[in-house]
Write a protein that binds this ligand. Structure first.
Ligand SMILES: [Zn+2]
Length: 230
């Protein structure tokens, strides 16, 4: 029998999210249906956590373990501590490629979601938790400016498609949405200036835009953007 291949929790479709929002906001959803959508975000966040720790989940027995191959060769094997399953270095590396699982600069949002998800007991709580998560950003740790919408790691589609989708999505929290739109403007401005001018100049003055690790949402206070001072 062929060996099982490594699987990572996939991104979530825009259709499933739009339906979740619409049905929750019009009171048409039950807890089971809400959980079916929200758990996919949970599994995706778990996958990002594993990815960043060099871990994986055994496709045969479900054990999460650190991938530690016995050598550096492509064919060197790393095995599950709980069953006979193993993967080679090459297979492990290939499984991680192009999966958008690297949450580095948005990890506080991932950890926050993983922490609060088990305590969400109503459809409304699940929606709020998802809403906070998908409106988070990757922050440039030196410049305290948004590099990219984190939703792009969670939702199917290009950065443009995902941002357009979120913009049109009903507001659960109006303040959050307003802040999000301001941060998106900042992000596009930054990405444009980076594309035009190459690497950004020195860090702007002003405080960090990061909120606590509750979520990675802009406070709405804008530090001067690179190149916007003159
Ligand atoms: Zn196993």
């Amino acid at each position: 029998m062929a060996r099982s291949t490594i699987r990572w929790a996939p991104k979530i479709s825009r259709e499933a999210i739009a339906r979740f929002y619409h049905e929750e906001l019009t009171g048409k959803i039950d807890l089971k249906a809400a959980e079916e959508v929200a758990i996919r975000f949970y599994l995706r966040c778990q996958a990002m956590k594993m990815y960043s720790a060099g871990e994986l989940q055994c496709p045969d027995c479900g054990t999460v373990f650190r991938f530690q191959p016995e050598g550096n060769k492509p064919e060197s094997r790393g095995g599950c501590p709980n069953c006979a399953w193993y993967a080679t270095n090459q297979e492990y590396t290939n499984s991680r490629r192009h999966k958008d699982l690297n949450a580095t600069n948005a990890m506080p949002a991932v950890e926050h979601f993983l922490r609060i998800y088990p305590g969400c007991k109503t459809t409304g709580q699940l929606l709020i938790a998802v809403d906070q998560l998908i409106h988070a950003f990757h922050w440039d740790s030196q410049l305290s400016v948004p590099n990219r919408s984190f939703a792009n790691n969670l939702i199917e589609g290009s950065l443009e498609q995902v941002v357009t989708f979120l913009d049109a999505l009903s507001s659960v929290d109006t303040n959050l949405k307003t802040q999000w739109r301001q941060t998106v403007d900042q992000m596009w401005q930054r990405r444009r200036s980076k594309a035009e001018a190459g690497p950004a100049p020195n860090a702007p003055t002003g405080g960090s835009l990061k909120t606590s690790n509750k979520s990675q949402i802009s406070t709405g206070i804008h530090p001067p953007l690179p190149g916007s001072r003159g």
